[in-house]
Design a protein around this ligand. Structure first.
Ligand SMILES: Nc1ncnc2c1ncn2[C@@H]1O[C@H](COP(=O)(O)OP(=O)(O)OP(=O)(O)O)[C@@H](O)[C@H]1O
Length: 585
């Protein structure tokens, strides 16, 4: 999380905010968006107009009181009902339409970000960029950007800009009123008499400038403390989630004490910072409360000599007091929103960097030519690690229908990465890969989504594409007969199923979809030798029947027996151009 102390200049931030905000008002929703915005602006101006009417009413009402004029008193009370009715109606509409604009805007931005994040596997490349140490283009926690920052950005942009508009228009209106009410005051200095116009305006300004400077001085540390609070809270929550996710491993390691200490330490940081926050807030609250109380009597005190001197009636005094209050409140708007503006800026900065990162990783760098063919061929295939270290260089290989290839090599030699390159998702590969279109990959750690078992089994196709009989048969063929009756059970399958069961579920998917080309990355590593043999047999029969081929990464003889070709990644000496070389046999 950016510290506000290190954020960019206000001008740059405003440009960024403009760039983030503009697309929505140019989108397909633009007419509704612009219409809503205009109505909200009009309602804000309406609020100010109501306040002006209210101020004028104060003058007439208090004059009626002073003159003991009952007729005017009742008429003005009736008029007040109209003003109140208008203010309430405008207030409700303003609240409702502002919320509506915010949620529409958030919905549009969220969909736009989601689309760009998911599209073309940008989410995957962003994660890889993080491992590659590309800090400029690998924002932390995209989930937080999309879920929280977009909500804050739209909320703050609407409320702060409308608040600013309100403050400026109110100030202009009420400074005018206050100026008119102030009249011209004689002012003696060094034996000469000067005439000062708008004395109340100058006094209100002076009062607020003094208040603002003091608030700024007292409130400044709060911004940094607030930001640190958010970060400490996020750290604490993150660690709690990790303990939950890795509960079993931690329990097996007997890591409770370490985790407890870690959690205590993180919560300690939350607590310490919070105590600092409370102390700083206490200072600010002490001042703003005193300042607010003083503001209630300050205009009476300064207008009193002229009032008692008979310069104006009670109604005008009350008008001066309410106008002074308005001017004072609006001038204080800037300082009241000091920390919100800082949060807004940081949010805009984070969204901009997320935007830039998505743009930078929107499409693969184009170095790998990936097309479809009736069999697998690679040409001049170079594969590197995210940090640039070459793993394999100038690799040419081919697999023809009917081939069953076993890929072997030391751990970390790049077997899975070769598969990632075949699939066309590894951004650090160069050269050419041609591969049949409907090839299926079983990753080392299959993804099993939560929800209904039938959906997890058919993933990513809709379960409706398959009959119950097909789904059940696939489960039975994958040695999961126990699950065949639970197709409609919704559960957190990735937590409930054992590692071996999850692998069998991934194999059930293959048996269900019957691809001609299969790439299996240690797909049976958690199974016993007998189950491994049975399942490999079924997989091999499946691809043979479909006229395709199979490439497997596997270590045990029970799997090796189903392959007739072997590729081995052989370590290369330093200076050979790549860490490994692929030997085909
Ligand atoms: N996302 C990543 N970021 C950084 N390095 C990675 C990433 N994925 C893989 N690597 C590195 O690439 C190298 C090859 O990894 P890969 O998973 O392909 O090896 P493997 O041969 O399949 O290993 P194993 O047999 O242990 O599964 C390893 O050194 C690994 O640390």
């Amino acid at each position: 999380m950016n510290d506000p102390a290190h954020s960019t200049s206000m001008l740059v931030t405003l440009r960024r905010i403009g760039a983030l905000a503009a697309p929505y008002f140019r989108s397909e929703d633009r007419w509704k968006a612009r219409g809503l915005l205009l109505v909200i602006i009009a309602l804000n101006l309406g609020t100010v107009y109501m306040a002006v009417l209210n101020n004028q009413w104060f003058g007439r009402f208090y004059n009626a009181l002073e003159n003991r004029d009952q007729a005017v008193f009742w008429r003005e009370l009736g008029f007040f009902c109209w003003i109140a009715f208008g203010a309430i109606t405008i207030g409700i509409l303003k609240f409702y339409l502002t919320q509506l604009l915010q949620i529409r805007w958030r919905a549009w931005m969220t969909r736009s970000y989601l689309t760009r994040w998911i599209a073309d596997r940008t989410f995957y490349r962003l994660e890889l960029a993080r491992y590659a140490g590309d800090n400029n283009h690998s924002p932390d926690n995209p989930d937080q950007r999309i879920q929280e920052d977009l909500q804050m950005f739209t909320d703050y942009t609407v409320t702060l800009s409308m608040g600013l508009l309100n403050a400026v228009v109110t100030l202009v209106s009420f400074i005018g009123i206050l100026w008119g009410l102030s009249g011209v005051v004689d002012f003696q200095l060094g034996g000469s008499t000067y005439q000062v116009a708008g004395s109340m305006v100058w006094l209100a300004l002076a009062y607020c400038v003094v208040g603002t400077v003091i608030t700024h001085y007292i409130g400044r540390p709060l911004i940094g403390t607030n930001f640190r609070q958010q970060r400490f809270e996020a750290d604490f929550r993150h660690h709690l989630v990790r303990v939950r996710e890795y509960s079993e491993a931690i329990a097996l390691d007997r890591g409770e004490r370490v985790e407890h200490a870690q959690l205590e330490q993180r919560f300690g940081a939350v607590l310490r910072n919070y105590l600092t926050l409370i102390k700083q807030q206490k200072n600010l609250v002490s001042f703003t409360l005193s300042f607010g109380q003083a503001a209630a009597v300050f205009p009476f005190i300064i207008a009193a000599p002229r009032f008692f001197g008979g310069a104006f009636p009670l109604g005008q005094l009350m008008q001066i007091v309410t106008a002074f209050d308005k001017v004072q409140t609006q001038l204080s708007w800037f300082i009241d929103n000091y920390d919100r503006v800082a949060i807004w800026r940081a949010t805009a900065d984070r969204l901009t960097s997320f935007d830039d990162a998505m743009r930078a990783h929107a499409t693969p760098d184009g170095a790998l030519v990936h097309d479809s063919a009736s069999s697998l061929h690679t040409q001049d295939l170079d594969i590197a690690l995210p940090n640039g270290t070459p793993l394999l260089a100038k690799t040419a290989l081919s697999v023809n229908p009917g081939d069953h290839v076993l890929l072997q090599g030391p751990s970390g030699s790049g077997k899975s990465t070769l598969f990632r390159s075949f699939a066309g998702i590894w951004p650090f590969a160069h050269g050419k890969v041609s591969i049949p279109e409907n090839a299926m990959f079983i990753p080392q750690r299959p993804y099993v989504p939560d929800g209904k078992l039938r959906d997890a089994l058919a993933y990513p196709q809709p379960a409706g594409d398959y009959t119950d009989a097909q789904l059940k048969q696939a489960l039975e063929d994958a040695l999961l007969p126990r699950l065949a009756d639970r197709l409609d059970d919704a559960d957190a399958w990735s937590q409930k199923l054992s590692g071996g069961e999850q692998q069998r579920l991934a194999i059930a998917r293959v048996l269900l979809k019957k691809p001609a080309w299969l790439f299996a990355d240690e797909a049976t590593s958690a199974l016993d030798a007998q189950a491994e043999e049975t399942l490999y047999k079924r997989l091999a029969e499946g691809v043979r029947a479909a006229g395709g081929a199979m490439v497997s990464i596997a270590h045990r003889a029970s799997a090796a027996a189903f392959h007739d070709k072997r590729w081995t990644l052989v370590p290369q000496p330093e200076g050979a151009g790549a860490r490994y070389r692929l030997e085909a046999a």
